[in-house]
Design a protein around this ligand. Structure first.
Ligand code: NAD
Ligand code: ZN
Length: 255
């Protein structure tokens, strides 16, 4: 876990920044019980995400894709925001966080109370008909028959998430690009930064002159190359400590 000095350094950077943006990845939700792709344990030891989560698999071997999706749904439905999600919601409420660009599909930033969220890879909370575009909440579909069918036209439905082999929705890409170009501090939380184009956001921020700080128990492809420094530890613990330090420093400044 990070030292007191590292927590203070990050808290000061947040207080001194004019616009802070967060980029979150699967590591953010590990403390909520959702396994990341590259970590140990969980779903991904059984399913290779790039195979089971590929759009071609969903189209041509839907039973295979839905086998994984069914388990993801189960995991996500049980999960609750952790201290890291709550800390980011507090930061937004304090006016210290402009937006979160998230690669996660679990909707936990919404549940925690953040409002400015760019869901770069969509989410698993709703499904959309591949034929007519009709959209309904995921929990309303029956998974007894695979692929699940649209209630309106009987076409096959697909989760509202971006699959491997699919493009990022233009709206999310444009917003994320704008936020990355205009921030002066980017917090890169719980992402191994290898899935593109999400992984370009810290590079864009850096290129535009922002400071880039990672929060992660382990080093990533960005460490020592793109990021200015890394605060090591689980994001729930680190972000709680950072937000507490921000409050303490603010009080000191006022008093
Ligand atoms: P990843 O699995 O490649 O990397 C996870 C990162 O989180 C690693 O760097 C790891 O060191 C770090 N980590 C592990 N535990 C942590 C903790 N407690 N706190 C902070 N960091 C921790 O994940 P990725 O970079 O987000 O990329 C994979 C893709 O996985 C994304 O596109 C995302 O859509 C998808 N995904 C999402 C979920 C979810 O919605 N919760 C879960 C699994 C995968
Ligand atoms: Zn339909």
């Amino acid at each position: 876990m990070a030292t007191e000095a590292e927590i203070t350094r990050l808290a000061s950077d947040i207080l001194n920044s004019k616009k802070t943006v967060a980029l979150s990845g699967a590591g953010m939700s590990v403390e909520s019980g959702i396994a990341s792709f590259r970590g140990k344990g969980g779903l991904w030891e059984k399913y290779d995400p790039e195979e089971y989560g590929h759009i071609t698999t969903l189209r041509y071997s839907p039973e295979k894709a839905w086998m994984m999706l069914r388990e993801m749904h189960r995991e996500i439905n049980k999960a609750k925001p952790n201290n890291g999600h709550t800390a980011l919601a507090e930061m937004e409420n304090m006016g210290l966080l402009s937006s979160i660009i998230t690669q996660n599909v679990d909707g936990l930033h919404h549940v925690a109370g953040n409002r400015q969220i760019i869901e770069f890879h969509g989410n698993l909370l709703s499904v959309v008909c591949m034929d007519c575009g009709h959209r309904i909440p995921s929990r309303e579909i029956s998974l007894d028959k695979i692929p699940p069918k649209c209630e309106q036209c009987q076409g096959p439905v697909k989760p509202d998430a971006v699959f491997f082999g699919e493009a990022i929705p233009v709206d999310a890409l444009t917003k994320a690009d704008h936020e990355s170009k205009t921030c002066d501090l980017m917090l890169v939380i719980g992402t191994s930064a290898v899935v593109y184009p999400a992984a370009t956001m810290p590079e864009i921020a850096k290129g535009a002159g922002a400071k880039v700080v990672e929060i992660n128990p382990s080093e990533t492809a960005l460490t020592g190359v793109v990021s200015d420094y890394i605060v090591r530890g689980p994001s729930g613990e680190v972000l709680t400590a950072v937000v507490n330090k921000v409050k303490e420093l603010k009080l000191k400044k006022q008093g």
